[in-house]
Structure formats: C-alpha cells, structure tokens
Design a protein around this ligand. Structure first.
Ligand code: GLC
Ligand code: CA
Length: 557
C-alpha cells in the first residue's frame, strides 16, 4: 500500500471506545462520574486494547438530553471536573497510546445557551439569525420529529417575539443556522479550541440534520450546497491538525450516506457509522440466516481510500431499526425486545446485547466476533466488554446508560456515594454488579472480558480488517457468513455460524495448497485439502478467524 504524501490514517485500524464521563467512574464520591475517575481507569482501557476514546458530551448542560443540550461549547461541566482535569486525561491517554475524540453537537444549542437567550430576547438581537425562525404558522411536521414521545412538531412558538424557531430534536434544543457565516466561524473556533487541548477529532452529532438548511435563508443570496460546509469544516480541521478525524452520525441508506464521505480521498467525514449493517446484523441474528447481512454488506458503496466505516453493535441511543421494513422490524422486536417496555419510539430497542441474546455466552461472543470481523473500525460502547445489561427502570434511552460496573461492591464500585445520590442507579438482577463486573472478570480466562481482550488483540494484529474490502465466499449453509479480508499480502478468513446447530463448512480458497492456516482466536483444528478447500468445523453460534499465509513466509501468530 502506497501511503504517498498522506498523513497518518490511524482511524483505519483504531479500536474506539465510547463512554460518558458522568457514568464511568466517580472519584470524589459525589455520585457523578468525573474526569479524575476516568483518568484513574485509563490503564484498564489500555489493557483492553482500546486505541481511541470517544467522550460523550461533558460540557455545561441543562441535562434535558443527557448532555446533548450544551450551554457552553468551551466549558467542562463543573460536576465532572475542569479544564485541568480534561488535559490530564488527554495527556494520560496519549501516554498509553490512546487518542481522545469528543462529541461535537452543533446542530443545536441548549435553549439556555447565551446565544439563544439573546436571540429570543428581541427580533433585533445580534444573535437572532444564529437560529432558524419563521413568522407564519408551520405546517404539520409531526412525521419529522425524532422524539415522538415528547414532540409533535419541529417548530416551537416563541411567545416573546411571536415567531417560531426550528428544533429537529427536543424543543429545548433550537437548531443553529449553519448558512450564517458567523455561526460557521463560531463552530470553527470550537473545533480549534479542543484541538489545541489535544483532541484527535470529533464525533459529529446528527450530521444530516446539521446540513439540512431547509427553512434557513440562503446566506448572502448564494446558492448553497450544504456539503460545501462539511468540506470546509474538514479542511479547517486538517489545517489545524493534519491527522484529526471526523466520525459522523449519518443514519441514512448507503446511497445517501456516501455523499457525506465526499470526493477524492474523502474530503468530508472521515468515518461514518454503518447503521445499515448494524440493523441487518440483528435481522440476520433474529432469523439465524446470514443472508440479510451478507446482501447489505455487498451493497456497501466503495469508499474513498482514506475513509472508513465505524462498525458497532450497540450505541448510547435506542438500537434503531428504522431502516428495516415494518415486517423485518417486528421480527427483530419479537426476537430481541418482545415487550413494549423494551421498545422505543416504535423503531428501536432499549436493551443491551447480552439480555437480547438471552444471556447465551456463545451468541453474545458471536455478535462481537461478527462486529469486529466486518471491514471497518470497531466502536464499543462502555460496559459491552463485560456484558452489562440495561436498566429498564430508567427512562427511555437512559436504560443503556446506567453506570459502569467495576466490582460487586455497592453501586457496582462506580461510586462511594449513598445509592440515592447516584446520578443513575446500576442495573439490578441477573445483570447487576454482583453478577457482572470488571473485578470478577479480569482474572478469569473464560470471562467475556478476557474474550473481548483477545478479540481486540486479534483485530489490532489484523490491519486487513481495517483496510480490506469484503469478499464473500460461496458455501451452502444459509446460517453461515464466510468472508475474506485481503490487503497487501495479508489475508484473513472469517466464518460465523448464526445458527444453533454445528456446521462443517467447506470453502474454496484462492491459492489453495500453498497456504498455511493459522487459527487466530483459538486452536481448533481445520484442514486444507490439496485442491485448496478449507474444511472448518463450527459449533452452534461458533466462529473462526483463520489467517492465510503463503507457506514459507514469516508466521504472523
Ligand atoms: C444524536 C445523539 C443523541 C442525541 C441527538 C440530539 O442522535 O446520538 O443521543 O439525543 O443527537 O443531540
Ligand atoms: Ca464525582
């Protein structure tokens, strides 16, 4: 691979770990996680093999949307620490080989942000046009709201000035107008600020909504292509820090997503979450049929060489199934979230992976093996590595945001505060801290944590997973996904059985008899015939990662 004059493309093979500082580790025992606590736990994350931390919003907030409603883009929520603590974290992470990226939430501010307070004080406010206003009554927009439990319109009437303002999310989150050059300048300064403090990039919140300027007056009368804005944001980022990246939330079908990567080497978002593969993965798991996932992977558009897919099984929101047909969604609901209390907004599931898999360790491991084996960069959500469950007693999406479970102690070792002072209680029951915690799993070679550590190591030892395109291999079993990732002279063969019955899979591989097979995750035998057929034995819900190297070359584990 010729890297030419490009800068470091570290994100192509990163292992990303998403966490919310306020629920990770509380060091001063006030019930809220803090930067100091996170810094104390950096070695744990380094031990897991994480190479990039994604911090969910830690800025001052009114907490209407768990921090996604920001009142000061330059601040650190005082309950979590201050800028000094932030810098200590970034420095400690860097020392352990970990980069830090932070959430960039600029589709909207909080309605308590000084810009909006000023904007709504008068139609003549200098900040009025930071936001999107209309004077005539809006049409019915109930089909456009993101949170149908709380909103029925994306326009809210402002009593004082007698106009309506746009809010794609909650009404307490007025949308910024990115067609306004002053808004663009302010956003650039926010990026510049955190880059100076050492961050390696941003997870960009709600990108399609950010670029959707419908309702906004084209600035300066120009014909506006909103993607020009994304392009200029990326160019600015590159000027300030050459290897910084933008990881975008763009939950759209592939054909619409691809525009957000941009042209050439990829001049817009560096990386985009693969929401399509995620949703089809659950459909495949529910059906015990690999074909929906396989078909979707084949539809992935080719990416600019510097761009990447962010592959995930679970994030901090509802597990959205919005891109499935109604029928498909109901199949997944029936399999993994049958009760109404487990579902959200009619489109998603508010559970974590292990309870969805009914606690079956084989199937839980299958999900993560599959996720790490799909070409792209894996993104873990905190607690997945130990198999945490959700807390359905918490409201809406908060069910999957209960505190990290460190030990069997009170509050799961997350905090020494009295339990009723916790920001959010841990899960109780089968997935509670007495059963699921880091301390118990660390020394246990058979724990999920130990498995996840090997998986992360295998991923890091296999750069072809970050760089390769996917090749599906023909084989007759519908419950099996067999694919190969090939990059340079490296090849990895990945075989997953989504069904409960054992399967013997025979695969014809190129270059057959001159190949040496190495089992990357274990020592299970497999055979290679002289004609180049590999025979792989899979248990029910079993999987294998096999490295194929030409006989006589240096062995890679
Ligand atoms: C994104 C975030 C979500 C948040 C919303 C509004 O979708 O993932 O948690 O509520 O944006 O900021
Ligand atoms: Ca604290």
């Amino acid at each position: 691979m010729d890297f030419g004059e490009t800068s470091d493309l570290w994100w192509k093979t990163a292992v990303v770990y998403c966490l919310d500082v306020q629920t990770f580790m509380d060091w001063n025992d006030d019930g809220i996680g803090d930067f100091q606590g996170l810094t104390e736990r950096i070695d744990y994350l380094a031990g897991l093999g994480v190479t990039c931390l994604w911090l969910m919003p830690f800025y001052p907030t009114t907490d209407r949307d768990d921090g996604y409603d920001i009142t000061d883009y330059y601040g650190v929520d005082a309950r979590l620490g201050h800028h000094g603590d932030f810098v200590e974290l970034v420095r400690t992470a860097r020392d352990r080989g970990m980069r830090v990226i932070v959430d960039l939430v600029v589709n909207h501010t909080s309605d308590q942000h000084p810009w909006f307070l000023d904007a709504r004080s008068s139609k003549d406010s200098a900040y009025r046009d930071f936001y999107v206003w209309r004077s005539d009554p809006p049409p019915d927009t109930s089909d456009k709201v993101v949170f149908p439990d709380a909103e029925d319109s994306i326009w809210e009437y402002d009593e004082r000035t007698g106009e309506y303002f746009l809010h794609s999310f909650y009404r307490e989150q007025p949308d910024l107008d990115i067609t306004n050059p002053r808004v663009r300048d302010e956003i650039a300064k926010v990026l510049g600020f955190w880059l100076e403090l050492g961050v390696a990039g941003f997870r960009v919140d709600a990108v399609p909504s950010l670029l959707d300027v419908a309702g906004a007056e084209p600035a300066l009368g120009e014909d506006l292509d909103p993607h020009d804005y994304l392009r200029s944001l990326r160019a600015f980022l590159g000027r300030r820090r050459g290897d910084a990246m933008l990881l975008g939330e763009v939950n759209l079908p592939y054909e619409d997503q691809v525009a957000f990567f941009g042209e050439g080497d990829g001049d817009q978002l560096t990386m985009i979450f693969d929401f399509m593969a995620m949703q089809k993965m659950y459909l495949s798991l529910a059906r015990r049929d690999a074909r929906p996932l396989a078909d979707t992977l084949l539809q992935r558009p080719p990416l600019p060489v510097h761009s990447q897919w962010g592959v995930f099984a679970r994030n901090h929101d509802e597990l959205t199934l919005d891109k499935l047909t109604d029928e498909e969604r109901h199949e997944v609901f029936a399999a993994f979230g049958p009760e109404e209390s487990m579902q959200l907004f009619g489109r998603g599931i508010r559970r974590r992976v292990p309870p969805m898999m009914e606690g079956d360790p084989r199937r839980i491991r299958l999900v993560y093996s599959l996720m790490f084996s799909l070409p792209g960069t894996p993104v873990l959500f905190f607690g997945e590595e130990i198999g945490m469950g959700e807390n359905l007693d918490l409201e809406g999406r908060m069910a999957v945001r209960s505190p990290m479970q460190w030990s069997e102690q009170e509050n799961g070792g997350f905090s020494g505060a009295p339990p009723d002072q916790l920001k959010r209680p841990p899960t109780a029951g089968a997935y509670g801290p007495e059963h699921v915690n880091v301390a118990a799993q660390r020394p246990d070679p058979d724990s999920l944590l130990s498995f996840m550590r090997s998986l992360v190591r295998a991923y890091r030892e296999s750069p072809e997973l970050g760089w390769a395109e996917l090749h599906l291999l023909e084989q007759p079993h519908v419950e099996v996904l067999a694919h190969e990732c090939r990059w340079d002279d490296r090849r990895l063969l990945l075989v997953h059985n989504l069904g409960p019955e054992p399967r013997r899979v025979s695969l014809q591989i190129e270059g057959g008899d001159g190949i040496d097979l190495v089992d990357v995750l274990g020592e299970a035998p497999c055979t290679l015939d002289a004609d180049g057929t590999v025979h792989v034995e899979l248990d029910g819900y079993g999987f294998r990662w096999l490295r194929l190297s030409p006989v006589g070359t240096k062995r890679i584990w």
